[in-house]
Design a protein around this ligand. Structure first.
Ligand SMILES: [Zn+2]
Length: 228
């Protein structure tokens, strides 16, 4: 149970740490209007906490945005545009201070898409086709669609083209100025591989639980080469 894990805090950010050498970073609550993914994610981490390797879990990257249930936090910032050196956002700064202590093999920041009712996911590296196709087949079995199109929410400069629920977005040093956690954590090598699943916020709690469970079973465990 995550409640029995070492519950820590730095400034206003609460987080959980399992073990001394976390290799997995789990995050949610970056955008406060995407709060609906936090509780189902906590339930699934509870389910797998014994089997997972050492990890850090930050349920609310921006606690003031989650409290307000808005994309921006109480400092009127989109936190995910404030991950860069000398940021003046206290929440981004604190999360950076936590993350920069580690070299994570893998990071997953759970977001919700409040606009589309189908699923998609960003990946910093191209996933093995067999693994990806197996995951997509299981998503479709839940009756959840796979989004194709342009997303300009997480990439202000160029809208990323998402195909069949998946897009590879390698980090680029010139994009650090965007302030997305993506580029900051990857370019600085705090995180080796990063995924941003975008869970449709319109899904029922039951389907959010199924979908997050699939992300652990079909992607996180195999990518970490851990047995379930
Ligand atoms: Zn988001």
């Amino acid at each position: 149970m995550i409640s029995s894990l070492f519950n820590k805090n730095l400034g206003t950010i609460n987080y959980f740490q399992k073990g001394k050498s976390p290799k997995l970073l789990l995050m949610s609550g970056t955008h406060g209007d995407e709060y609906g993914v936090i509780q189902p994610l906590k339930n699934i981490i509870d389910k797998y906490s014994e089997k997972l390797p050492d990890f850090i879990f930050i349920p609310e990257v921006s606690p003031t945005a989650v409290k307000l249930k808005t994309r921006r936090n109480k400092f009127n910032h989109d936190v995910n545009r404030n991950f860069f050196e000398n940021t003046d956002d206290p929440e981004a700064k604190t999360v950076m201070n936590i993350v920069a202590n580690f070299n994570f093999k893998m990071g997953i920041s759970f977001h919700e898409d409040i606009e589309y009712d189908s699923f998609y996911m960003y990946d910093s590296e191209k996933m093995d086709a067999k693994m990806l196709n197996n995951f997509k087949t299981n998503v479709k079995k839940l009756g959840v669609g796979l989004y194709s199109g342009i997303d300009d929410v997480h990439d202000v400069e160029l809208g990323a083209t998402i195909q069949d629920g998946y897009v590879v977005d390698p980090a680029a040093p010139d994009k650090i100025k965007v302030g997305d956690f993506w580029h900051w954590s990857l370019i600085n090598k705090y995180v080796k591989r990063l995924l941003y699943p975008e869970i449709p916020s319109s899904l029922t709690i039951k389907n959010k639980l199924f979908l997050i469970d699939l992300i652990f079973k079909d992607l996180i465990f195999p990518l970490l080469n851990e047995r379930i």
